[in-house]
Write a protein that binds this ligand. Structure first.
Ligand code: CO8
Length: 274
């Protein structure tokens, strides 16, 4: 992988103008720990620096795109013995990482394409909503933002992306009650095309093949310019939301509220309502 932060759970390859990042831990439903999220951001930066790349494509494996933050890593962080106050610990573990990964997605200049092979939860779902184009493998995909259930507030700039893409009423309904946003609401709002497939590898390959055909007649240097123009009206809003969201959430981390929820989820004492 060529990086100090490399992760067994995330692989990448470059195919012409496509920088493809693949989540490869189907056993945990592609849960991502703090370092995985950092590595994902690092890969976006790598794609950003490559002058021959015009698209950053996110793909996954197994039955979920990603089940969000890895609850085991949160328990480990909580149990870590340190002389520092709780505030310092969660500023480092939560605030700085969340701000960094969200900002890296929000300011990415290459076209961000998300291939949703299955549902996405939490911060990972927020990253899907930050992508420019989302394709779904079938109508079983959903986005779940269980922030109110876990004891958190909106994150990953969802306080901006969701009202903008889904509309205000649906955003309130799904965020306040931690209810999944099913395919019928995603179709045509967040999801641009449903491939109606059942095999992840075939889905991932087909999307790439189709993209290669679609760009054949294009003058690629115009794409980041068009993206910049399309996002200009709300780019500042994403940055503002990113910092306000994490600063509003930190008090809950200091009190240990989300940590308790994550522990219960990992011990299968609680389940999200789907
Ligand atoms: N972390 C670690 N392991 C997970 C996670 C996870 N988030 N989700 C699922 N797994 C594991 C399960 O433990 C299980 O492992 P095993 O087979 O060894 O028991 C395996 O994946 C399959 O999971 P389930 O049996 O639970 O599968 P179901 O289909 O019944 O349920 C769900 C799927 C609904 C996704 C369920 O697994 C679930 O609710 N998972 C938790 C989802 C969640 O709450 N994620 C966190 C969201 S909040 C967020 O992302 C913001 C956090 C901010 C901190 C960021 C720090 C950088």
């Amino acid at each position: 992988m060529g990086s100090d932060n490399s992760s067994e759970r995330i692989k990448y390859f470059v195919d012409g103008p496509f920088f493809v990042i693949r989540l490869c831990d189907p056993g945990s439903l592609n849960a991502l720990n703090g370092n995985d999220y950092l590595y994902l951001a690092e890969l976006l930066e790598k794609s950003e620096r490559d002058p021959d790349v015009y698209f950053t494509v996110l793909q996954s494996s197994g039955r979920f795109f990603s089940s969000g933050a890895d609850f085991q890593s949160i328990s480990q962080a909580q149990e870590m013995k340190t002389d520092e106050p709780e505030l310092n610990k969660w500023l480092a573990f939560f605030v700085s990482r969340n701000v960094y990964i969200t900002d890296t997605f929000a300011r990415h200049s290459k076209i961000l394409i998300c291939c949703m092979n299955g549902p996405a939860v939490g911060l990972s779902a927020a990253l899907c909503a930050l992508c420019d184009i989302v394709y779904s493998m079938n109508d079983k995909v959903y986005l779940l933002f269980p922030f109110s259930s876990i004891g958190l507030v909106t994150e990953g700039a969802t306080s901006v992306t969701l009202p903008m893409k889904l509309g205000s009423s649906w955003t309130f309904e799904s965020l306040l009650f931690s209810s999944p946003i099913k395919f019928d609401r995603l179709d045509g709002t967040i999801v641009a095309k449903n491939y109606e497939m059942d095999n992840v590898d075939k889905f991932n390959d087909t999307v790439l093949e189709e993209l290669k055909l679609k760009i054949k007649h294009l003058y690629l240097p115009t794409l980041p310019e068009i993206k910049k123009l399309l996002r200009e009206s709300y780019a500042q809003e994403l940055s503002r939301a990113n910092s306000v969201e994490v600063n509003d959430a930190i008090k809950y981390w200091v009190k240990g509220i989300p940590q308790t929820s994550f522990k219960q989820l990992s011990q299968k004492q609680r389940k999200h309502k789907l």
